[in-house]
Design a protein around this ligand. Sequence first.
Ligand code: UTP
Ligand code: MN
Length: 520
Amino acid sequence: MVPLKRRKVSSSGAGNTGNTGSESKFPQVVLFLLERKMGASRRVFLSQLGRKRGFTVEELFSERVTHVISENNSGDEVRTWLASQVEGRVRTPAHLLDISWYTESMSAGRPVEVLDRHKLQEQQTDEEDVVEFSVPSYGCQRRTTLDNHNAVLTDALSLLAEKAELSDEEGRGVAFRRAAAVLKALPKPVTSMTQLRGLPCLGGHSLRVIKDILENGTSSEVESTKQSERFNALKVLTGIFGVGVKTAGRWIRDGIHNLQQLQASGQTLNRAQRAGLEHYDDLNQPVSKAEADTIGEIVEEAVASVLPGAQISLIGGFRRGKLTGHDVDFLITHPEEGREVGLMPKIVSWLESQGFLLYQKTTRNSYLESEDGPARPSSNMDRFERCFSIFKLSEEERQGAKQTDTENTPEDAFTPEALSQVKDDGLERTKPAGHKPWRAVRVDLVVSPISQFAFALLGWTGSKLFERELRRWAGHEKAMSLSSHALYDNKQNKYLRATSEEEIFAHLGLEYIPPTERNA
Ligand code: UTP
Ligand code: MN
């Protein structure tokens, strides 16, 4: 039984790096000191010492414990003691260790690597040969909520995925994203490698990273990536709206690593990049749900004034229940096919006339349904009429948002995610933050004809990995091609129509997964 209080701590870390509490720097390492032969007072003293250094030292033994520390006991003695503690069967923790490992970790200020001399004796695993978690292979077959019990591990894998993506190694990036997604779907924290037996999508590289963290509290590869000058430069530069991996790579080759160097370099920037640079701080500040709702009201008003009867839907991460996002995404349609034609320029004009837009670029609808089925690759090419924009959200409009913010999620503004966004990017701040009476927010608008609405809704709700898994499932398991426009059956050579997401899942032979469970 996990006490309620603790369960809250471990589940609140979704998307965060590390543990926020000062008393637990190494949340994947849960220690228990055996009193037997150690004595009660020495045990209390050593436990307090550990907690001061940021270790989790449990008072009582439970399944959460990953490291059992004892003094002057044999492996068998400890195992016998463990067996006597719990009615029924309990898994042997990952490590049964001698006090030497503990004292060395205390001096190092972190869990040191477990060496043979620290181990009480060879641990038996034969009877543990059971599969603990059963998880389907495709992300679109799983229900993945935002309640992630393995945030430390998934943050590490996501960071390595990001590094791969920024280095143009897409395949490797997907492999890390898939591995992270499997861990996100687990019902409780992983504390030992044996629990991972039989799980799909965990390749050798991901397993090494996980093992490193379970044993040492951190992954050396993740730590060195965080220190990497190239990685940090790529993050800062691609953090500019309008700058992709290729451009950032070229700038780095020219010796540009931060915004200041970029500005000094005299590089020619396109219109999007100039806007991105100008609003860099705002655009790297997470958007709250309340701000998203406020923007939703503005878009609603725009749509209602230019085409009464048109409907808007919040899509992207906010539809999946996320509390923050990097942008706000909306899908717009009209119940009468064809009425949506030419809608976007009208919406944009209205928004512009009201002073809501700092930047916008509209692309036209280029989707044409071909008799012979979708062109290959059909997968992730979106051809909707689309508007990439930067909204100007004034203090007034944000008032409502702010109040809702403090009512509902007072901790939002101070998430480690938010704080890490304001790291050193080489720009000097002369004005104190918070004096500007407005903030810039990235907003994506998409217009779809009603006949494609369900596909657009499904395709734009995400997560990106969930979408990728849906298309992989469709192609590999069903010989179908899925896009945000249509579903084509390559065996029957025909399009499968749908007016709801539920119907699309049914066509694909998948159980319906609601948006809040698509956070793969
Ligand atoms: P986002 O990039 O906005 O991601 O794409 P998100 O899940 O909302 O998360 P935030 O914004 O970082 O918080 C939303 C969805 O739109 C699809 C993506 O697949 C994703 O599922 N999308 C995005 C496209 O289909 N095409 C695009 O060009 C961009
Ligand atoms: Mn989004």
